[in-house]
Design a binder for this molecule. Structure first.
Ligand code: PNS
Length: 161
């Protein structure tokens, strides 16, 4: 089986993430989108909320499942018997960071976990979860950046902060 993982923080999932999910789901037999449970990061959405958002967004993609993980990606991938990690590359500024993660994962997994990069579609190249959160926190329009149901959830969060 040709299975892949798409790991990330997804706080929250943007249309850029969704674009990568849709395209990767066509390339692999199965795609597991997995939210990193990183206690060190101060996230806007809980892991459960982020998983629910991704499940709602991907409900019509039959070969996509959504999960969460903590600890090292290589350990999680080994447990799942998956050997490919998918990551989106927006711009050259992402490259250093992504190269570091990809090389570290190859080293830690002794070559058992490789990374496939998908370049983000141009219309989403400027998008980031942190940008979405900043815009929403100042009342900016995030409707071009996230699905409508996600925009509502983001604005609700800032109403209560
Ligand atoms: O969406 P993000 O925050 O850019 O995703 C980063 C992620 C989750 C892919 C990366 O931080 C990760 O895999 N963390 C798990 C810990 C790990 O395996 N570290 C070693 C590789 S740097």
């Amino acid at each position: 089986m040709n299975d892949a993982i798409y790991p990330g923080s997804f706080d929250p999932m943007t249309l850029g993430h969704f674009d990568v999910i849709k395209r990767a789901s066509k390339m692999f037999d199965s795609l597991t989108v997995s939210v990193l449970d990183n206690k060190a990061k101060n996230a806007l959405f809980s892991v459960e909320e982020r998983v629910n958002i991704l499940r709602e967004a991907t409900k019509d993609l039959p070969n996509v499942t959504v999960d969460s993980f903590s600890g090292l990606l290589v350990d999680y991938a080994r447990e799942k018997n998956i050997h490919i990690s998918v990551r989106g590359l927006r711009a050259i500024t992402d490259f250093e960071y992504e190269l570091q993660i990809a090389q570290t994962n190859r080293l830690l997994s002794k070559g058992m976990l490789d990374t496939v990069f998908l370049t983000t579609s141009l219309e989403y190249a400027y998008l980031s979860s942190s940008g979405v959160k900043e815009m929403a926190s100042f009342g900016g329009d995030i409707s071009p950046c996230v699905p409508d149901f996600v925009a509502k959830l983001v604005y609700e969060k800032y109403k209560n902060i």
